[in-house]
Design a protein around this ligand. Structure first.
Ligand code: 0A1
Ligand code: ZN
Length: 876
């Protein structure tokens, strides 16, 4: 790198010196270049105190400025300065028209930021700072403008030309070219701009809003994917209805469009009126799509739709406020999914993710508050912390206020700030003003990083008939934050008597939210005449780690009796963790493994019980993941965790074989595929049972898996069976099925990704060599982020035994990929780095090897800001 990249601080924020009243864009799209003409109506910002301030336009270094005029005249040299990404104009009048023409090269843009090509079609990605790769503009979210955009291209190659808002004019030029003009009446920041040009087909439907307006809904994709769009359409309609019912929010344009693209760095993007989606988050069809992906499509379609209010109508003042829109919108989409499917299952899934990935991030070198105070590259802050922990923080406000006051708060927030670019503080203030609840201390969640820990002890006083819970809170140091002040933590609890009945608490109910605010605090429950079993952190009421010395029998008791579904699952997890940790500790000293029969008994009881929710049964019967056990470990012993988990799985499989078989058969129904919650639950239980059966290594069960593979009419059953056979010891059978699968699905890109992932995750020896050879397979494309994630990231994150091979080959492999990708696609390179950044969690031998690879990357010339930031922070 020529220069150390600059750190941007929140404390340096200043209001923009100029505002843009309107923006008119004209794109001339060609095969070898694109010309962008921009006409901005500019005026001095009355809120800016510096009266002679210059105008800062951002324009990526690769932009070629062809022409620049102010009110029709060229600027004199002294008034124009180009410094890196900045074009600074000075000596400016109060109002003026700024015109520019710029040459760009979407056809060679591999970073997939700004305007680029995906499979022959033009598309854009402007969040966070992609617009500056398109034209010179005050590319910051607090500069909002109305846009009028004309797209001109060859008519044959690009019959469909789209941008934000409503189409207002169209026409044809000479030489087979045509154009369409779009107008978006809502002022927006440049990061919400979008353009698409391609040979696309679509499905159309409509939605009538609560005030009776008809909105046209259009979903575009390549022709071959037209049969995979119905589920997204249905999800969109459900989302629109839900946002009206639950938040009173109505859609505002006459048309809502979604476009599916195969090359995309993230999941999807909420551009005003024109969402652009990664195909993996929009295409769904029973034959090609798993249940998990169906649910992802529903969730992501909702997420992007909800952004129309939480993100677009009310946007962020600066990028430090990212969680303002993301945390709130993730909370909204999680509640939507909970309402559409099973609330408890959704909560279990979200908490599992948070506890593994987000807690690990919060304990690592990139830890940051949900509202960071500094960054080098904002793309590095689209994190689990900003999104998922941000959503948990909004959820806690919801818990503290209750649903009615929370709704009052969100109404006030939208009303007060419609059309503005605001801060997380404005959000909290609206919640506070609407509810009258003091959220002063609560604000620490926004600026303190790290996962708080609650250490809880209890005491029963028979004489006074009192039960006391003493709660002590701590929070580990994180980069730049050694000391933390106590958090305000909503701690939802219940108490169970020895018969398993719930006791009435101080509030007269069976559940109560204790407000933990002090470093140490005691809560007293009166009128309790025998020592109860506490059910703590019900529903995961706060993103914290809980320490309470449960006996294994108490956990079994909670599994059987707690009325809170989430807590029953959590008790099973805790029991599993406790038992596994004991065996993991013994592994390194060669203590022979023996499984505590209580786990078998607990699993047996769940398998035998009738009438339980099948989805919950399969969640409860899934052992804590390798990733979760790793997060909980002081020092991660990769092999011990893997082998202990496999040992227990096998043991459970042998002990409970008849029950697993019975449940498998009962749930292996021949009915038409449907992605509803009950059917998904049935398939997940069935496939979980099959995985235990296969773990016995009996040939009859491998045979059963092969039969399921051959007979299945849906991708969920097919891919589950394929993975089981491919990961079994019978490598011949595995290879046969993998070949068969590829032959059948080679033309379905997303299905091929499953095929790559199954092989990348195979824990057996030689996985790295197989992954390396797959990189030369026609199915792989190193420029496509979905392929990179399916093969490389899955290997590094979901195949710990091979990635962490003692010889360091996995680390070297990943570093090689990062170095290659750094120039090609910095965002993806930087994200893929994550596994190496966790080096401090491993024993000394692995630390040395991981660190050496980070240093090798660090020493490379021309590191992108993205990679530089993550590597340099990891090496501290
Ligand atoms: N705002 C989008 C996420 C997103 C962010 C950055 C992107 O490109 C770098 C793309 C999408 C969302 O929350 O869905
Ligand atoms: Zn979002």
């Amino acid at each position: 790198m020529s220069q150390e990249p600059k750190v941007i601080y929140l404390k340096d924020y200043t209001v923009p010196s100029f505002l843009i009243e309107s923006t008119e864009l004209r794109f001339e799209l060609f095969e070898e270049e694109t010309i962008v003409h921009a006409e901005l109506k500019v005026k001095r910002n009355p809120a800016c105190e510096k009266s002679a301030a210059s105008l800062e336009l951002f324009g990526h270094e690769e932009l070629e400025l062809i022409e620049l005029t102010i009110d029709g005249a060229a600027l004199d040299e002294k008034s124009v300065q180009r410094e890196g990404e900045l074009l600074i104009l000075s000596s400016l009048p109060e109002t003026f028209v700024l015109k520019s023409s710029t040459r760009i090269h979407p056809e060679t843009n591999t970073a997939l930021e700004g305007l680029y090509k995906s499979d022959g079609m033009f598309c854009t990605q402007c969040e966070a700072e992609g617009f500056r790769r398109i034209t010179f503009f005050p590319d910051r979210p607090d500069v909002m403008s109305v846009f009028r955009t004309t797209v001109e291209a060859d008519k044959k190659r690009y019959p469909v030309l789209l941008s934000n808002g409503n189409p207002v004019k169209t026409g044809e030029n000479a030489e087979g070219r045509h154009w369409v003009t779009w107008e978006d009446p809502f002022p927006k920041p440049a990061y919400l701009f979008a353009l698409v040009a391609g040979d696309l087909k679509c499905i159309e439907d409509s939605f009538t809003t609560m005030s009776g307006r008809e909105v046209k809904l259009v979903i575009y994709a390549e022709e071959k994917d037209l049969d995979k769009l119905d589920y997204a359409m249905l999800s969109l309609q459900k989302s629109m209805k839900w946002d009206e019912e639950v938040y009173g929010r109505e859609y505002d344009l006459d048309i809502y469009m979604i476009v599916a693209v195969d090359f995309f760095n993230m999941g999807a993007m909420e551009n005003k009126g024109l969402n652009i989606f990664n195909t993996s988050c929009v295409l769904a069809n029973p034959k090609t799509t798993t249940d998990a992906s169906f649910q992802r499509v529903e969730g992501v379609v909702a997420h992007e739709y909800f952004h129309n209010w939480s993100g677009n109508r009310v946007t962020c003042r600066d990028w430090f406020q990212l969680s303002l829109k993301e945390g709130f919108t993730v909370f909204r989409d999680a509640e939507f999914s909970a309402d559409m499917n099973s609330r408890t299952v959704k909560r279990v899934e979200d908490v599992s993710l948070l506890r593994t990935a987000q807690f690990a991030e919060d304990a690592g070198p990139m830890a940051h508050p949900i509202r960071p105070d500094s960054f080098i590259e904002i793309s590095n802050f689209y994190t689990m912390t900003v999104y998922e922990k941000g959503a948990e923080v909004v959820r806690m406000i919801h818990t503290l206020l209750g649903p009615e006051l929370f709704r009052k708060g969100s109404d006030l927030y939208f009303e007060r700030h419609d059309g503005q670019a605001v801060t997380t503080e404005d959000f909290v203030q609206a919640m506070e003003d609407a509810s009258g609840k003091d959220l002063g201390q609560f604000r620490a969640w926004y600026h303190q990083a790290g996962t708080p820990e609650l250490h809880i002890t209890d005491e029963f006083d028979g004489q006074k008939e009192e039960y006391r819970l003493t709660v002590r809170q701590t929070c580990p140091a994180t980069p730049g934050q050694d000391k933390k002040t106590p958090f305000q933590i909503p701690l939802s609890v219940g108490l169970l008597d020895q018969e398993g009945n719930e006791l009435r608490l101080t509030n007269g109910e069976y559940s109560e939210v204790l407000e933990v605010t002090e470093a140490e605090q005691t809560f007293v429950f009166k009128g309790i005449n025998a020592k109860p079993v506490p059910s703590l952190l019900r529903g995961f009421s706060a993103p914290v780690k809980l320490h309470y010395a449960y006996q294994r029998d108490e956990l079994m008791f909670l599994m059987a009796n707690d009325t809170d579904g989430f807590s029953r699952w959590d008790a099973a997890q805790k029991l599993g963790v406790d038992i596994m940790q004991e065996l993991i500790g013994g592994y390194s000293v060669d203590r022979p493994m023996a499984l505590d029969s209580r786990l078998i008994a607990a699993y047996r009881a769940v398998l035998e019980a009738d009438g339980l929710d099948k989805a919950m049964v399969s969640k409860v019967l899934t052992l804590p993941s390798q990733a979760y056990l790793s997060e909980l470990s002081e020092v991660i012993d990769v092999d011990a965790i893997h082998n202990v988990r496999e040992f227990i799985r096998k043991k459970l499989a042998f002990e409970l074989e008849p029950l697993f078989l019975k449940r498998y058969q009962e749930n292996n129904l021949e009915v038409d595929y449907s992605p509803d919650a009950d059917s998904i639950a049935r398939r997940s239980l069935k496939n979980l049972c099959l995985s235990y059966l296969v773990a016995t290594q009996k040939t009859e069960y491998l045979q059963l898996a092969k039969e399921q593979y051959a007979q299945s009419d849906n991708m969920t059953d097919m891919q589950s069976a394929l993975a089981l056979v491919a990961h079994s010891d019978d490598k011949v059978a595995g290879a046969e099925l993998l070949d068969d699968f590829y032959a059948q699905w080679k033309d379905e890109s997303l299905v091929v990704n499953l095929w790559l992932s199954i092989q990348a995750a195979d824990p057996s020896e030689g996985a790295l060599a197989r992954v390396e050879s797959l990189m030369h397979h026609p199915a792989f494309d190193a420029k496509n982020p979905n392929k990179l994630r399916s093969l490389i990231s899955v290997f590094c994150a979901q195949n710990p035994v091979n990635f962490h091979a003692k010889d360091g080959s996995g680390y070297q492999f990943l570093a090689d990929r990062i170095i290659e990708l750094n120039a090609q696609n910095p965002q993806i390179a930087s994200r893929m780095l994550t596994p190496l950044t966790r080096w401090k969690k491993y024993a000394a031998d692995r630390q040395v090897l991981m660190r050496a690879q980070l240093e090798r990357i660090h020493q490379c010339d021309d590191l992108s800001k993205d990679v530089f930031e993550v590597v340099s922070k990891s090496l501290v």
